[in-house]
Structures are given as structure tokens and as C-alpha cells.
Design a binder for this molecule. Structure first.
Ligand code: MEV
Length: 282
């Protein structure tokens, strides 16, 4: 009987552009999903698809999560990846990634696969769809995470952006190009652990996401609360519309930033970054 676990993720830079071939940076987090044999329950679409791909007919699996699916930490990808690994423990990361990405695309439609990559490889990754999965030499990222209390609809937000891109191709492509450049700069500054600069880049990334129309009042409220008490930078993380924001903070400022986020109605979630990728538990 094999069980396997896979981590959740947080998008650090480059959301939305990554769907169109621009780079992003994602980190795997300490929150994780464990899948093992058992009576399936809840939303079993991803488990069922993984069994259909690699399992035996009638095989059932159950997922135990250390986090709520509402946070946008990538539970669908993590459950798919962990189920595949539980079925075929000897599969390579590449095999798990390819099959899991296909499943997620079939069920969710348009997606870049960055969350599948985080669940499979772990760590902090520089990711370009269909091209690059590069593990970055970065350990602890000084992040504060604030949940807005609103569950984002990723598919709807991706479709919104697609509509905008069709209506105003030049404007949207310009935004993606600017985000893409900023991601390359962020990668370098993160490796240097120049967090003050990385924070500034988060602010710029957030401005572009605002122009793209994917931010929300609640996200802006949490972001300005964090910035108002001295975060180095802050932005939404993921599709936008709700889910979580992230702020980069110094050790000294962590507590006041957490308090400021809570005061405006956000929920602080404690995680660590750069968690290991999928692994067999036994
Ligand atoms: C959603 O978490 C991030 C998006 O870029 C979608 C994706 O990359 O699959 C909006």
C-alpha cells in the first residue's frame, strides 16, 4: 500500500502571462496533500482521472489535505500528482509531470502547468510553459501570506484575460512583456537574496495585474495594509479576484505586517517556502 504526498504552491511572479508563454516564478509550500488507498470522497475528478490514466479499474484513493482548497494553493494539481505517484511509485518526475499536466488541462481547460511543476519538483522554480522548469538556489523567502476570504474562480479569470487580450491585443501583450522582463529581474534578485529589490518588483508586478483587471478591492485592501506598515512589497498571488496576497517583509516587520493584514479582515496563513516535491510515504 503506497501513499504519496505533494506540496501546494504560491505564485510569486508572472501569473497570467505564463499562460501565454511568458515566464513565472513559483514556490512549493509546506502545506501538502497526502493520497493513499481508501474510499474516495468529495471532489474526486482529479483522483478518478489519475486512476484512469495509470491505475487499475475500480481502484480508489482518498486525499487528506493540510490546507483548505479555497486558498488557491493548488490542491487540484497536488492531488493529481500525489495520486499518480501513489499508483506508480517508480515513475520519474518527468512522467508524473506530463501525465498530471494533461489531466489538469483536460479538467480545467486553459492552464500553464506551473502548479503541477511545483507539486512535482518542489523548491522554487522559474517556469516557462512547455519549455523550462528550472530549480532556483533559493532557500527561505521572507513571505507573509494573507487570505482575502474570497475564493477566486481561476477559470473565469483566465477567460476574462483571454477576452481582454482578444479585444486589446497590443495593450495586453505589452503588459505581459513587461511582466516577463520583471520576472527575469526578480529571478536574479531572489538568488542574490536582495529582498528589498524583490519587494519593489512585486509592487510593479501588482501594478500590471491591476491594469489587467484581475485585482480586487479586498486584495488591494490587504496589500495596502501590508505596505502601509513597511512591507518591502506586496501583490496578489495566483489568478486574482480573491484567494491570497503575499508580502515580502523583514524579520522586524513580520509581526506588524501580519497584524495590519488581520486588522483589515485578512486571514494570515503561516507557511514555509521551497518545500520538497512529490514523494512516496509508504
Ligand atoms: C493561477 O493560479 C495562475 C494563472 O497564471 C493560471 C495558470 O498559470 O495556470 C492565472
Amino acid at each position: 500500500m503506497t501513499t504519496a504526498r505533494a506540496p501546494g504552491k504560491l505564485m510569486l511572479f508572472g501569473e497570467h502571462g505564463v499562460v501565454y508563454g511568458y515566464p513565472c516564478i513559483v514556490t512549493a509550500i509546506s502545506e501538502r496533500l497526502v493520497v493513499g488507498p481508501g474510499e474516495s470522497r468529495g471532489d474526486t475528478r482529479f483522483i478518478d482521472a489519475a486512476v484512469k490514466a495509470w491505475g487499475k479499474p475500480g481502484e480508489t484513493f482518498v486525499a487528506e489535505s493540510s490546507f483548505s482548497g479555497k486558498y488557491g494553493f493548488g490542491s487540484s494539481s497536488a492531488v493529481t500528482v500525489a495520486t499518480l505517484k501513489a499508483i506508480r511509485s517508480g515513475a520519474t518526475n518527468q512522467e508524473v509531470f506530463d501525465t498530471a499536466y494533461k489531466i489538469v488541462l483536460e479538467i480545467q481547460g486553459k492552464a500553464s502547468g506551473f502548479d503541477v511543476a511545483a507539486a512535482v519538483y518542489g523548491g522554487t522554480l522559474y517556469y516557462v510553459k512547455d519549455k523550462t522548469i528550472e530549480s532556483l538556489p533559493i532557500t527561505d523567502i521572507p513571505l507573509v501570506v494573507g487570505y482575502t476570504g474570497i475564493k477566486a474562480n481561476t477559470t473565469a479569470l483566465i477567460e476574462d484575460v483571454a477576452r481582454k487580450r482578444a479585444a486589446e491585443p497590443e495593450k495586453v501583450e505589452r503588459i505581459f512583456e513587461a511582466i516577463g522582463k520583471l520576472v527575469i529581474d526578480a529571478k536574479e534578485k531572489m538568488i542574490e537574496a536582495n529582498w528589498e529589490r524583490v519587494g519593489r518588483l512585486m509592487d510593479f508586478n501588482q501594478e500590471y495585474l491591476r491594469d489587467l483587471g484581475v485585482s480586487s478591492e479586498k486584495l488591494e485592501l490587504l496589500i495596502s495594509a501590508a505596505k502601509g506598515v513597511g512591507a518591502w512589497g506586496a501583490k496578489l498571488s495566483g489568478a486574482g479576484g480573491g484567494d491570497c496576497m503575499i508580502a515580502l517583509v523583514s524579520k522586524e516587520k513580520r509581526q506588524v505586517v501580519e497584524e495590519a493584514i488581520t486588522q483589515v479582515g485578512g486571514q494570515v496563513i503561516h507557511i514555509t517556502t521551497g518545500a520538497p516535491g512529490v514523494r512516496v510515504d509508504r
